[in-house]
Design a protein around this ligand. Structure first.
Ligand SMILES: Cc1cc2nc3c(=O)[nH]c(=O)nc-3n(C[C@H](O)[C@H](O)[C@H](O)COP(=O)(O)OP(=O)(O)OC[C@H]3O[C@@H](n4cnc5c(N)ncnc54)[C@H](O)[C@@H]3O)c2cc1C
Length: 346
């Protein structure tokens, strides 16, 4: 990332940041989309991927997961860089540019910044039992899926009863792993078809209704102590890795420490009609932006994104003009994929 100067740094890959990335591509801007977690989609991915969203224009109803997939396909059409696992830990003004610090070490420069960080970065809800810190330090307890290319035939345990845990377990059996799914109840609050898939798989072992009472990292394996919820009977299983799947919580702790920190209003950054914050060159959209009458909705975020992108251009290149309607654009030049270009070949 060092030495690169972007036109725009977009902080956060929720729906607001993703649509801003696409729209910036239409305007042929050099854009970096920076996301703290390993996955795009923000609150939708972290909290409600299977819920049907009714109030996104043009869709009779669309699942969270499908909406994020569509946004991803759209952003794939344009030239732009996406940095995952990259939390913006500081934002500084250096001459006419902004320095964006990632994970406390790497940094790069941008002419303008769009904050699309929602309610802050997500961190996993952690398992708190004797031995959990040691297990985490040993790398045998994690809260995210490992790289799935080299895990086949490994023994995993996943704990949790919602979408996060069930989705993790499905991904693992799809990659030929054995999964023990641990949950304090017999029923799961997750997509029924995913639960059925796990129930029909010989690779899944349901450890329910059971709770984890202790963890002991041994040489190569992690020993999990389980207690049966109805009768307190204790059981031990050994796995290669345990993955906590209790979901995520959002926190603005890191953002609150930025050196350039715009004025706040309610829970977000106060923005004007150009989506600009109190600091010139820093814009905010989606749930990160706040003003009287603001509705924290996906549709609102989608409207604020083009406003912010067009106004960043006015900020760092006021002579450039625009925007054009997308119907007037040369799609062969704007879209990077040959498949899409060929659609507009005539
Ligand atoms: C259960 C639930 C149901 C909902 N249902 C609906 C609905 O039906 N219709 C509707 O319109 N809205 C709904 N919403 C609201 C909607 O999800 C939000 O308005 C929308 O997600 C806001 O998008 P965003 O991109 O602004 O922020 P987010 O979705 O919060 O995304 C922000 C992203 O920024 C990242 N980030 C934060 N800080 C940093 C940092 N320092 N560095 C790098 N990355 C960072 C986060 O990890 C996250 O990925 C619902 C919300 C919830 C919780």
């Amino acid at each position: 990332m060092d030495n690169e100067i972007f036109d725009i740094a977009i902080i956060g890959a929720g729906p607001a940041g993703l649509f801003a990335q696409f729209y910036a591509g239409l305007r042929e801007l050099k854009t970096a989309l920076i996301e703290a977690t390993p996955r795009i989609g923000g609150q939708i991915t972290a909290l409600y991927p299977e819920k049907t969203i009714l109030d996104v224009a043009g869709f009779l109803g669309i699942s969270g997961r499908d909406l994020v997939n569509e946004l991803k396909l759209q952003t794939d059409l344009v030239d732009s860089k996406t940095f995952l696992n990259s939390e913006v830990t500081n934002l500084k003004k250096i001459a006419s540019h902004f320095e964006i610090e990632i994970n406390h070490h790497a940094s790069f420069l941008a002419k303008s910044v769009i904050i699309a960080s929602g309610n802050g970065s997500f961190s996993p809800r952690k398992i708190d039992v004797p031995g959990s810190s040691e297990a985490e330090q040993s790398g045998m307890l994690t809260y995210l899926l490992p790289g799935l290319s080299e895990v086949a035939d490994k023994d995993f345990a996943v704990v949790g009863g919602g979408n996060t845990a069930v989705d993790y377990a499905v991904e693992l059996i799809d990659h030929d792993c054995h999964v023990s799914l641990i949950h304090r109840r017999d029923n799961f609050r997750a997509m029924e078809s995913s639960v059925t898939k796990l129930k029909n798989s010989r690779r899944t072992n349901f450890l329910t209704p059971m709770k984890i009472t202790g963890l002991s990292p041994k040489k190569e394996k992690l020993e999990i102590e389980l207690q049966s919820v109805p009768d307190g009977a204790v059981k031990r299983v050994s796995v290669d890795r345990l993955i906590g799947g209790f979901g995520f919580t959002a926190s603005s702790r890191t953002i609150n420490q930025w050196e350039e920190f715009p004025e706040q209003f309610n829970q977000g950054f106060l923005t004007n009609e150009a989506q600009m914050t109190s600091i010139a060159g820093i814009f905010a959209i989606g749930d990160a932006s706040s003003y009287p009458g603001k509705s924290d909705l996906i549709a609102t975020a989608f409207g604020e994104a083009p406003t912010a992108i067009n106004q960043t251009v006015n900020y760092f290149d006021p002579d450039r003009g625009g925007p054009q309607h997308s119907t007037s654009l040369n799609k062969k030049e704007v879209f990077k994929h040959d498949r899409i270009k060929s659609r507009y070949n005539s």
